[in-house]
Design a protein around this ligand. Structure first.
Ligand code: TTP
Ligand code: MN
Ligand code: MN
Ligand code: MN
Length: 373
């Protein structure tokens, strides 16, 4: 076979924000393994190796075709010796012994299981593991374990929310949220974000951004929406966080996960009959209750921060991480979900659209469906 690197692969950037990555992944056999290795490193608090595996997976996801031999990845950025060794194993034996070893590891199995519960992070999972707990049943029957409200909801709806959400289910939820929001405020701005905005077929939740055209008017909106969802009887769980946003603070390019906008993490009840394609279908006799629980995130930034919030919440995580790193290292700018700051000019750069932000950074615009890095 021809093992020379395809010309399209010749100039791949080290930054995901300079690559176009659709949901079509030709190198899933490698990237799945790499993501498991990243997760395992994360459990071991090895931040460096974790990010290295995630970057390597991301580069491979952006390739226009499958890699069939090691020569084909020569010159690609972010593929270190460790990654290449794993790829060689997969190319030679069709599997990675290193990852199979990890999959069998008792600690890895337990931490993976525990963190699959909504509200349980690596720290709590580790604590439970150290106490000798290994299964979800053991956690629920252990008398000295104090679960918080979020974790109790996580266990209560575990089988539903660990099931992937389909695009049709996301669309149905979009209709419900839209109707609710516009019933309260007809001029409210609502956008689908997260993985479904990137064109994914399945997700672990559905993410929405919500704001008002007039500054400050967004403040009371989210609590109204929550009340209205409760009135409709579809609010199964709500974790509300008020805004801690400070306009004078510089963006922190290293920030991970949380931003300071007003938001809520919800579990909603979705009726089967409201989902396109499942309307009137004979439901599975073992699953006859006719509804499921779904995780939904709602974020309500002030309208002048809408573009930054949309860019951040559309993800992917790796795409966002590389955007911020690119801004910092290549442009001396600080970017986060709230703002963009030019350190050289000592100036905040405003934006009303995502295109504005890419333009400020001197980057070609990357469409949401090309951000599956
Ligand atoms: P997720 O919903 O966790 O991830 P996803 O939508 O890309 O994929 P899926 O739900 O199918 O697993 O987060 C969406 C994006 O929002 C992600 O790129 C990270 C970002 N994000 C923030 O910016 N701040 C936050 O507080 C959280 C929770 C996520
Ligand atoms: Mn999501
Ligand atoms: Mn996720
Ligand atoms: Mn989410």
């Amino acid at each position: 076979t021809d093992c020379s690197p395809p010309t399209a692969v010749a100039n791949v950037s080290q930054y995901a924000c300079q690559r176009r990555t659709t949901t079509e992944n030709h190198n899933k056999i490698f990237t799945d393994v790499m993501e498991e290795l990243a997760e395992s490193s994360e459990f071991n608090e090895s931040k460096g190796p974790c990010l290295a595996f995630r970057r390597a997976a991301s580069v491979l996801k952006s390739l226009p075709s499958a890699v069939h031999c090691l020569e084909a990845i020569q010159g690609l950025p972010c593929l270190g010796e460790h990654t290449k060794a794993v790829m060689e194993e997969i190319l030679t034996f069709g599997r990675s012994f290193k990852v199979e070893e990890i999959r069998c590891d008792e600690r890895y199995q337990a931490l993976k299981l525990f963190t699959s519960v909504f509200g349980v992070g690596p720290k709590t999972a580790e604590k439970w593991y150290r106490r000798g707990l290994r299964s979800l049943k053991e956690i629920l029957t252990e008398p000295n374990i104090q679960l918080n409200r979020m974790q109790r909801a996580g266990f209560l709806y575990y089988s539903d929310i660990s099931k992937a959400v389909s695009k049709a289910e996301a669309k149905a939820l979009g209709c419900i949220i839209e109707e609710t929001v516009h019933w309260i405020a007809p001029d409210a701005i609502l956008a689908l974000t997260g993985g479904f905005r990137r064109g994914k077929e399945y997700g672990h939740d559905v993410d929405f951004l919500l704001t008002m055209p007039e500054m400050g008017k967004e403040e009371g909106l989210l609590l109204h929406v929550i009340d209205r969802l409760r009135d409709q009887g579809i609010l199964l769980y709500c974790e509300y966080q008020g805004s801690t946003f400070d306009v004078s603070k510089l963006p922190s390019w290293r920030f991970e996960d949380m931003d300071h906008f007003q938001k809520c993490f919800l579990i909603l009840r979705l009726e089967q009959g409201q989902v396109e394609g499942e309307r009137g279908l004979q439901s599975d006799p073992g699953d006859s209750r006719g509804w499921r629980a779904v995780r939904v995130d709602l974020v309500a930034p002030p309208v002048d921060r809408y573009a930054f919030a949309l860019l951040g919440w559309t993800g992917s995580r790796q795409f966002g991480r590389d955007l911020r790193t690119f801004a910092y290292k290549e442009r001396q700018m600080l970017l986060d979900n709230h703002a963009l700051y030019d350190k050289t000019k000592k100036l905040f750069l405003p934006a009303t659209t995502e295109e504005d932000i890419f333009a400020h950074l001197g980057l070609e615009y990357v469409e949401p469906w090309q951000r599956n890095a």
